[in-house]
Design a protein. Structure first.
Length: 308
C-alpha cells in the first residue's frame, strides 16, 4: 500500500460483542468537557465519582491477553475498564488520559491520585490494558484493597504481536495529515498515540529488530510492577492458565463455561484502517467544500503521490 492502510471489509477473527460498559448518557455529559476555570485541568471538571469499590488491577502490557481478561472479568461479574472503553469516547477519554500521562512523565501539571482516578474510573471495579497499566504505583496506592493481576507472555511472541498490530498501523503514512481533519476520532487518537507509544514501548514502529528498545521496555515494566505490589496482592498470570488460578485469586467460583479467548489482532488493524479512511474521507469532503470537487480531487491526488 503506497500510503494509508489497505481497505478491507471483513475481519478474520471473532469480533467481541458491543461492550456493556459503554454509557452513552455519561459520555454525552462529558463530551464538551472544558478545563477547570481555576486549576485548568480537564479532570477537575469531570463529574464522575466512585460508585463501586475497585477490586482488581490488571497491569500487564498490551497484547498479553488484556482483551481476554477484560471479557473474563465480565463473566465473573466485574465491570472493568479497558482501552476499548476509552476509545468509545475518544475526544474526552483520550484527552483526560493524555493529561495524566503528561503530568506523570513530562511534569506538566499536578499528578493524578485517588481523587482523579475516582472521577474517571468511578463506575468500574477493574482495569486492564494501556493506559491504566502505566499508572501501576498510583493505582496500587490509591486502591489498597484491590488485587493485582500481572498478566504476561513470552517476549518473542509479544514482539511479533506488537509488530503486526501497533507497529503495523503506526507505519501507515498520512496519519498526521488526515487526523487534522477529524477532531472527533483520528485527531484524539493520533495525539494519544504519539504520547503513549514512546512512554510504553520506547518506539513507534520498531518491534522486530534484535535491538528494539521495546524488548527492554517490556522487561522493565514487569520488574517495576513487581517492585510496587506486595506479593500477597499479586498474581502472575498467563491467559493460557485458564479460570483456575484467576478465580482462586479473586475469590470466585470457576464458571461452567470455557475461558473466553479473544484474539483481536485482525480486528485491531481493521478498526484503525477504518478510522484512517474515515478521516481521509472527511479531509476530501471538507476540501471539496472549500475549493470545489474537481480541485479537491487534484489536491488529494497530489497529496497521495507526495506521501508515497
Amino acid at each position: 500500500m503506497p500510503n494509508g492502510p489497505a481497505a478491507t471489509g471483513h475481519v478474520g477473527t471473532r469480533q467481541p460483542q458491543m461492550l456493556d460498559t459503554f454509557d452513552a448518557r455519561k459520555v454525552k455529559e462529558t463530551y464538551h468537557l472544558e478545563p477547570h476555570p481555576e486549576t485548568r485541568r480537564l479532570i477537575d471538571s469531570h463529574p464522575g465519582t466512585r460508585t463501586k469499590p475497585m477490586r482488581v488491577l490488571c497491569l500487564g502490557m498490551s497484547r498479553t491477553g488484556t482483551m481476554t481478561l477484560f471479557h473474563a472479568l465480565q463473566k465473573l461479574g466485574h465491570h472493568p475498564y479497558h482501552m476499548t472503553v476509552a476509545i468509545m469516547s475518544p475526544r474526552t477519554s483520550l484527552a483526560l488520559w493524555g493529561e495524566a500521562l503528561r503530568a506523570k512523565y513530562h511534569g506538566e501539571g499536578a499528578p493524578w491520585g485517588r481523587a482523579e482516578f475516582d472521577r474517571l474510573l468511578g463506575d468500574y471495579d477493574g482495569v486492564s490494558d494501556v493506559p491504566c497499566n502505566l499508572f501501576a504505583e498510583e493505582l496500587v496506592a490509591a486502591y489498597p484493597d484491590a488485587k493485582v493481576v500481572l498478566q504476561t507472555r513470552d517476549v518473542e511472541p509479544w514482539l511479533r504481536s506488537m509488530d503486526s498490530t501497533a507497529g503495523t498501523i503506526n507505519r501507515w503514512r498520512g496519519w498526521e495529515a488526515v487526523a487534522a481533519w477529524d477532531p472527533s476520532l483520528a485527531g484524539p487518537f493520533v495525539r494519544f498515540r504519539d504520547l503513549v507509544c514512546p512512554i510504553t514501548f520506547r518506539t513507534m514502529t520498531d518491534f522486530s529488530s534484535p535491538q528494539t528498545p521495546a524488548r527492554q521496555a517490556f522487561a522493565d515494566h514487569y520488574a517495576h510492577v513487581r517492585s510496587v505490589v506486595p506479593p500477597e496482592r499479586l498474581l502472575e498470570y498467563k491467559v493460557q492458565d485458564g479460570w483456575g488460578p484467576l478465580c482462586a485469586f479473586l475469590g470466585h467460583e470457576v464458571p461452567d463455561e470455557p475461558m473466553p479467548h479473544v484474539n483481536d489482532a485482525q480486528q485491531f488493524v481493521f478498526a484503525h484502517a477504518l478510522m484512517w479512511w474515515l478521516a481521509f474521507g472527511k479531509m476530501v469532503g471538507k476540501v471539496s467544500l472549500m475549493v470545489g470537487v474537481p480541485a479537491a480531487g487534484i489536491v488529494a491526488a497530489v497529496w497521495w503521490r507526495r506521501t508515497k
